[in-house]
Design a protein. Sequence first.
Length: 201
Amino acid sequence: MKIPLILFICLFVALQTTYAQKLGVNDTIKVYGYVTAQGDTIPSGWYEQVFVYGKVNPKWKKYWVEWTRLRNAIYVTYPYAKAASKTINEINVRLANVTDESQRKAIIHSKEKELKAQFGDKITQLSIYQGKVLMKLIRRETGDNCYEIIKEYKGGFNAGFWQSVAFIFGSSLKQTYDPNNEDKLMESIVKDVEKMYGYRS
């Protein structure tokens, strides 16, 4: 005579529980009946959690140190890159029908003054590394590097001067941005930042 499955499970659980009571609660694993999504009943039990710790090898330790540094730099500088992009767009709109050189300079100067008032103190506190990241992000947001932007609005002499200053500090205004290769990691972090704060590319 075949014993129905549910009866077998009940007997199995009862026997296991009795066995556990005889040996003590810590001597065996308690088994309970579990009903699957298909309606079948199977015995189930739970092991206590086991935590496994391992050491990070030097290669991955270096990677995560660099990743953390880059992520922190992006979190700090990305709002400035967005502000710069917005300002450049506003300048271009205002300069579209202006041919008088003095008026063009006045428009550029006024927007530059607004940026300095809003971010001047904060930007001067950036590290050289953060400055490099900011220039890459400006390239990403505007399509132009900082050298081209300065040359467009302040002239070639100013662009050359500030390029020389950047070179002295081991940097360059002519930062490139390649989201598919060299700057792939930066691009992934930027997209996370955009999602987190609701920025639009």
